[in-house]
Ligand binder design. Structure first.
Ligand SMILES: Nc1nc2c(ncn2[C@@H]2O[C@H](COP(=O)(O)OP(=O)(O)OP(=O)(O)O)[C@@H](O)[C@H]2O)c(=O)[nH]1
Ligand SMILES: [Mg+2]
Length: 365
């Protein structure tokens, strides 16, 4: 099970206090009460977005506070409302109350919005307490406390990029170089028996981007007919946005022609029948530290002719790894942005209202 998790604290703004004030002007000898109400505290809002696919940004920054409402002012002026805080979460995120374990919300669609912590209401100023028999009230209310919650966010990871290729092509080695996944790596085929998912982060906070890469067992000729192991795992790359097709250009592959290798695997992908072979694909030549120059040249030429993006990497020297990492980020981002074109208006869903924890305090001055 590939689950991303983050724990955060959210605090909505407290309401501003209402105040006690009386009108005092030169030609108005007994001015009435005119203390304004406090402003409402800001809410903490969560919204699902297709731009995010992991929760890593919450692990960098686990605390979110909305602004408090300003206190009321004289002349019956209501205090300014606190500014809300908006947290973007990936579609599929589950939000739990970390203290009770209760599931508060599941984001199913893009652009769903909930108030996860509600700002406190502003307190009333003394102007609001005036009645015909009580014309100079000296009472006002304090603002109410904004909600505070400890949340656990959970997300089942879906891969953005699928690594495919023959066994031993270097798929697991690549994922271990670019993410924190630590799969088993060995120089025999079918080392990977289970798919591995890794979260790749590029750039610095707050401009970082992250995406999920899936490393699956190698494919071989005849995989679609049941040879090897890889086919049953192709469903993990069925929904990815991008394929990185790794081709070994060293002599370690034991096969003479990398272009032929590429074609064989592509044919197997096509036999799976869900259009994986038609996904945007980057061709990646691997093991260039020990490349057979003829093989590398042949694959390079082929990629150029077929107008496919092409990268050559070595997991041993690190050559080409950074550019590939960024290119994948760029493409994933572009495909996400495209997918995000508004298709339908999502409903606004509000979190169930919760009882206020702090009762209104009435201050008499
Ligand atoms: N010289 C060199 N060896 C590499 C490179 N990348 C991977 N290898 C070696 O190639 C062998 C296979 O690497 P893996 O990453 O396990 O290959 P895989 O594609 O995950 O293989 P399967 O899991 O069997 O499909 C290992 O011995 C790695 O050390 C590289 O860039 N240069
Ligand atoms: Mg592997």
């Amino acid at each position: 099970m590939f689950v991303d998790e983050a724990k955060i604290r959210v605090k909505a703004g407290n309401g501003g206090n209402g105040i006690v004030a009386f009108r005092r002007e030169k030609f108005v000898p007994r001015g009435g009460p005119w203390g304004g109400d406090g402003g409402r505290g800001g809410d903490v809002i969560m919204e699902s977005s297709e731009r995010h696919n992991t929760l890593v940004h919450f692990r960098f920054n686990p605390e979110y506070k909305a602004e408090r409402g300003r206190h009321g002012e004289g002349a019956n002026k209501t205090g300014r409302e606190g500014v809300d805080v908006l947290l973007k979460v990936p579609v599929g995120t589950l939000v739990y109350d970390d203290e009770t374990g209760e599931l508060l919300h599941e984001f199913v669609h893009p652009d769903e919005r909930i108030i996860i912590a509600r700002g406190g209401r502003g307190g009333r100023g003394n102007a609001q307490f005036a009645t015909p028999t009580h014309q100079a009230p000296r009472e006002s209310e304090d603002g109410k406390i904004g909600d505070e919650k400890f949340l656990r966010l959970e997300l089942k990871l879906l891969a953005d990029v699928g690594l495919v290729g023959y066994p031993n092509a270097g798929k697991s080695t690549l994922i271990s170089r670019i993410s924190s996944a630590r799969p088993k790596i060995a120089d025999y085929p079918f080392t990977t028996l289970q798919p591995n998912l890794g979260v790749v982060v590029v750039g610095e906070m707050p401009h970082e981007q992250s995406y999920v890469v899936a490393d699956i067992p190698g494919l071989i000729e005849g995989a679609s007919l049941g040879a090897g192991l890889g086919m049953q795992f192709l469903r993990h790359v069925e929904r990815t946005r991008l394929i990185a097709h790794l081709v070994d250009v060293s002599d370690a592959s034991g096969r003479p022609d990398p272009v032929q290798d590429y074609k064989v695997i592509t044919k197997e992908l096509a036999s799976f029948g869900s259009g994986i072979e038609k996904k945007p694909t980057i061709i990646v030549a691997t093991k260039i530290d020990v490349a057979n120059p003829d093989k590398l040249k042949k694959l390079t030429t082929f990629a150029k002719r077929s107008k496919k993006a092409f990268f050559a990497i070595s997991a041993v020297t690190g050559e080409g790894i950074e550019p590939l990492k960024w290119e994948m980020a760029k493409r994933v981002e572009a495909i996400r942005a495209k997918a995000q074109d508004p298709v339908e208006e999502a409903d606004e869903i509000e979190a169930p209202k919760k009882k206020r924890r702090a009762p209104a305090r009435k201050s008499v001055r």
